[in-house]
Structure formats: C-alpha cells, structure tokens
Design a protein around this ligand. Sequence first.
Ligand code: NAD
Ligand code: UFG
Length: 340
Amino acid sequence: MKVLVTGGLGYIGSHTCVELLQNNYEVIVIDNLSNSEVSVITRIEKITNKKITFYKGDLLNKFDIQQVFQQNEIDAVLHFAASKSVNESVKNPVKYYKNNISSMVNLLEVMEDFNVKKFIFSSSAAVYGSTTQQPISELVDTQAMNPYGQTKVIGEDFLNDLYISDNEWSIVVLRYFNPIGAHESGLLGEQPNGTPNNLMPLITQVASKKRRLLYVFGNDYNTTDGTGVRDYIHVVDLAKGHVSAVQKLLLTHGLHTYNLGTGEGYSVLEIINTFEKVNNVNIHYEIVDRRAGDPAVCFANPAKAKEELEWSAERTLEDMCRDSWQWEKALENNILPSRK
Ligand code: NAD
Ligand code: UFG
C-alpha cells in the first residue's frame, strides 16, 4: 500500500512516516522544506531501517504534485503540509489562506485527476474556537478565532462539499489537540523556526538556558490553579492515530471526523512542575497577563476515535516531558544536523 505524505518532514508528519513504515506502508513524501530539513529523511530511515521516496516540491505548484502522481501509484494521501502559527496568521493572513487553502485545492484537484480518493486531513482543535463545552466532542460547532483556525474550518468544509459531490471519496479529518514530545530515539522532534509560540518548546529552551524565562499567560482563569488548561498529546501517540485512520480509510467510504487528544487537561503550572520533576531541572517563570484569544480550558472527548479507530493515547505527561527534554538536549549538543 503506497501512501503520499505531504509535509512529511515536519514535526507530526515525520513521526507519522515512522509509524507508517513500521506498519509496512510504502511512504512517499512531498515537502518544500519551508519548515523542515532534508536530514529528517536519514533519521526516519535510521529509526525504521526502511526507505522513503522524497520529492522536494511545493503544493502551491500543481506541476510538482502531478509529477508525484505520474511516477507513483498512490493509494491514499495524508495531508500535513501547511503553515501553523496562530500569531503569524493574524499578521499575515494572505500567507495562510494561500499556503493552507490554495495548496489543498491543488492537491485535491490532482487527486481527482488521478482518481485517488482517499484523504486524511490534519485539522486542529483550533476549529472549536472558544467553546465552553468541555470536554469537546466532534459535535461542537466550529467557529475559528483566527486566520489559521479559519483555514482549518475552510479545509473541513471543502472536504465536506467534495464528499457530497462524489461519495466515492473516503475522508478522515483529524482534529489534533496539543501535540508535544518527541520520538523516543531522540532522532526526531520539533525544530521551531525562530522564536517558538507554543508552551513546550519554550519550556525546553528555558531549561537549556537558551531563554532566560518563561512567561505564564495568566493565573486568573477559572481553573484549579488559575492557569490555562490544555489536552497535551505525545506526538508518537498522535502519529499512531494516523495509522488507525489509514486503516479506516481503506475499509470504508464516507467522511469521518475525530478528535485526537488524551481526554485529560493539564494546567500550565502542572506542565512546568512535571517537567521539572521528571527531568530534574529548574524552569524559571513569571506570571504575566493573559494572551489575547486564549481559551481558559480546551480538552478533548476522544471517545469516538477510541470506538471507531480503536485508537487511544497511551503515553503519559511524564513521557511527554522526558522526551521533549531529550530532544532539546540532542539539538543543544549538536548531535543532529542543524537547520539550513
Ligand atoms: P510543521 O511545520 O512541522 O510541518 C509542516 C511541513 O509541511 C513542513 O515540513 C513544511 O516544510 C511543509 N510545507 C509547508 N507548506 C508546504 C507547501 N506549500 N508545500 C510543501 N510542503 C509544505 O507542522 P506540524 O506541527 O508537523 O503540523 C502538521 C499539520 O498539523 C499542519 O497542517 C498543522 O496545521 C496541523 N496541526 C499542528 C498542530 C501543532 O501544534 N503542531 C496542532 C494542530 C494541527
Ligand atoms: N502558554 C504560556 N506561555 C507561553 C506559551 C503558552 O503560558 O509562552 C500557555 C497558553 O496560554 C496556553 C498553554 O500554554 O494556556 C498552551 O499554549 P500553546 O501556545 O502551546 O498552545 P495553544 O493551546 O494556544 O494552541 C495550540 C496550537 C494551535 C492549535 C491549538 C489547538 O498552537 O495551533 O493548540 O490544537 F490550534
């Protein structure tokens, strides 16, 4: 079974390539390296002892996509490639609508031309906006709060329309909660470009003294300790969810949407405390004002994925904190090739 992974050298895509290869899928990757580097291929191959076929290409260029489909008999596509910073999307919406929407239009157009109708879409809990219904089930209305989230809502609506027009499509939409952690091998993880926005890379950079201190955005929320609560999920668990989703794709038609989260919410202070304890390091932090647009609480009801995909997250918060720190140390010690 041959699968095309767009954005397969990025953070979540690279971990998913590993799981796919370990489950005997043939993996083809297209990535423009805008937020990843080519050395990830060697590392995926080192972990799995298997090869991937790589195309350096841009989904904004239809010819790049056509070339991949002309040269390979593809059975299904996992679509990770996108821009993902909420902050940047507010400052530069054009980039986000272009890279996240136009590229998806190109990809689905080429898939139609080549009669490949199995598709997995990387969506996000961002589509739930600031809903107060917690835990969040897939039935909660979508209402994005920023251009990035809006591109995911539009992507989902697009897929819905596509399925209505042609019910030979088999589509799985996966709404990720907060992926953190890194591969247990220490060979793969997140390599944020520039200053990170997300909590865990900031924590690891403070731990490694790359950054002086962590700003905790608000301690006056209506939560156990006043800091924001999120559903953090180990990236390897998330990657395994994709293998279950591919298996679902191959067995059914239809459009199915799943939350991929653990169903557990942790506060910012709980994350800091667990990180310190597991790794025996000190995280210097300061409480500051709330960050605009942040909901107090956001965690998944993952029951549907458990029932229909027979998938649930297994790794603990301790695992996530340990693997994130191991990865930061690998980056620090220059064990890995640096970003180009
Ligand atoms: P990432 O930036 O690490 O990976 C994305 C990859 O896609 C990169 O390797 C990049 O070079 C590539 N890419 C981007 N635009 C491209 C284009 N036009 N053509 C070809 N390649 C392109 O991001 P990630 O964290 O692995 O996220 C993967 C997907 O999951 C994205 O769609 C993202 O929106 C979604 N998501 C991520 C998170 C998160 O917190 N990381 C949460 C929810 C959803
Ligand atoms: N936080 C801090 N200080 C920081 C960074 C974050 O206190 O420097 C707090 C936030 O206020 C929030 C929690 O840590 O309470 C998590 O924040 P992240 O930025 O790591 O994650 P978000 O939940 O804000 O958003 C992430 C992704 C989005 C995605 C969303 C849901 O960045 O793209 O998860 O999947 F939409």
